[in-house]
Design a protein around this ligand. Structure first.
Ligand code: PEP
Ligand code: MN
Length: 381
């Protein structure tokens, strides 16, 4: 992407966004959505909802009725009858209830059963045809829609799904960050890639954003950590899977927790404010930020000086008929800088990304010097 096209993307997504509003309103964080991964039996639904209501911390109940499963022949949800269990449990506790819809038929049944809100799953938001089908089925209705991020880390696809509901006239929309499929090794079931929900928030500042630590973690022991991280990123709410007997759950057993554990988790969170309230705190922060500003300026000056030398090297390689990429030199850079970065306490991931970007920029500058006469400005990769 050239800079111009990046600006164009941002502008084109900003236009219709006025319609979004932070409709959660009460400003209490986190707004908590909890409930089982799947509705299994009437007793399980009622027991879960009753315990969650008793905690006094939960704003909305979730339960999956139709389950998107990776492999066939696993439990695919109890179907329509579960909607009645869920609605009845909601009425009994005076809590709104929500479920996942993945096609227009689900929407019809969910609305008929009186669901108070709906969510769009990660396997649905990847597909514009399906999202549009659901949006069309909801046209003009006043029901909150929660849009999970697509399975793959594609911010535009996530924004596109949100826009389809905005275009259908839905005014109460929220996003749910549930992590992204990742091919590398990871402690997570779905890699959080926090930079993506952060970018979403900068593009759609009024859109409430929830985090779903259950599907990010895939296992219980990481839930508190990820929930705290979500709060520290300023997210509005959490969606956490809860089950009276998690180990015996029919889906996602390893990541569910009991309503009692959920209460402990929520009470353990440090909720910090994004707004800075006192002048003293503001001054202290601004002093530290000035020091960061200075260092950033120095870093950029140094990088620019480094690119100056890269251009000289480009000229030198051109005169001597040497390729731009010198594999051995590049491997030496990765090794020596990686070693130093490690000693300085910088993360492996960061230094690898940083070096790759630096190298890419350096090659671009060298390419310009070496091949400008052939019309290659080094931008296309
Ligand atoms: C779920 O919430 O139970 C679910 C299936 O989530 P996701 O779409 O995030 O995988
Ligand atoms: Mn689940």
């Amino acid at each position: 992407c050239t800079r111009k096209s990046v600006i164009k993307i941002v502008q084109s997504t900003i236009a219709p966004i006025q319609q979004l509003q932070n409709w959660l309103g009460n400003g209490l964080r986190p707004t908590l959505i909890a409930g089982p991964c799947s509705a299994e039996t009437e007793e399980q639904v009622h027991a879960t909802v009753k315990a969650l209501a008793a905690s006094g911390k939960v704003s909305m109940i979730r339960a999956g009725i139709w389950k998107p499963r990776t492999r066939p022949n696993s439990f695919e949800g109890v179907g329509e009858k579960g909607l009645t269990w869920l609605k009845d449990a909601g009425i009994a506790t005076n809590l709104p209830v929500m479920t996942e819809v993945a096609n227009a038929h689900h929407v019809e049944l969910a609305l008929k059963a009186g669901m108070d809100a709906l969510w769009i799953g990660a396997r649905t938001s990847v597909n514009p045809f399906t999202v549009q089908e659901i949006a069309d089925a909801l046209k003009g209705l006043d029901i909150p829609i929660f849009v999970k991020n697509p399975v793959n880390p594609d911010l535009q696809l996530w924004i596109g799904a949100i826009e389809r509901f905005m275009n259908a006239g839905i005014n109460r929309i929220a996003a749910i960050h549930r992590g992204f499929s990742y091919h590398g090794e990871s402690v997570y079931r779905n890699e959080p890639m926090w930079e993506i929900p952060i970018r979403l928030r900068t593009i759609m500042p009024d859109l409430p954003v929830f985090c779903d630590p259950s599907h990010i973690c895939g296992k219980r022991d990481l839930l508190a950590l990820v929930s705290q991280r979500a709060m520290d990123m300023g997210m509005d709410g959490l969606m956490i899977e809860t089950h009276p007997n998690p180990d015996k759950a029919w889906s996602d057993a390893a990541q569910q927790i009991t309503p009692e554990t959920l209460l402990t988790l929520i009470n353990s969170l440090a909720i910090r404010q994004e707004n800075i309230s006192s002048a003293e705190i503001r001054d202290g922060l601004s002093e530290l930020r000035t020091r960061i500003d200075l260092l950033d300026a120095q870093i950029l000056d140094l990088i620019s000086a480094r690119m100056g030398i890269a251009r000289e090297i480009g000229q030198y390689k051109k005169e001597n008929g040497i390729t731009i990429l010198q594999l051995e030199r590049w491997m030496e850079i990765v090794k020596t800088r990686g070693f130093r970065a490690d000693k300085l306490g910088l993360s492996d991931d960061f230094i690898r990304n940083y070096l790759e970007q630096l190298h890419k920029e350096s090659i671009l500058h060298q390419t310009r010097v070496m091949n400008a006469s052939k019309g290659d400005d080094g931008v296309m990769w």
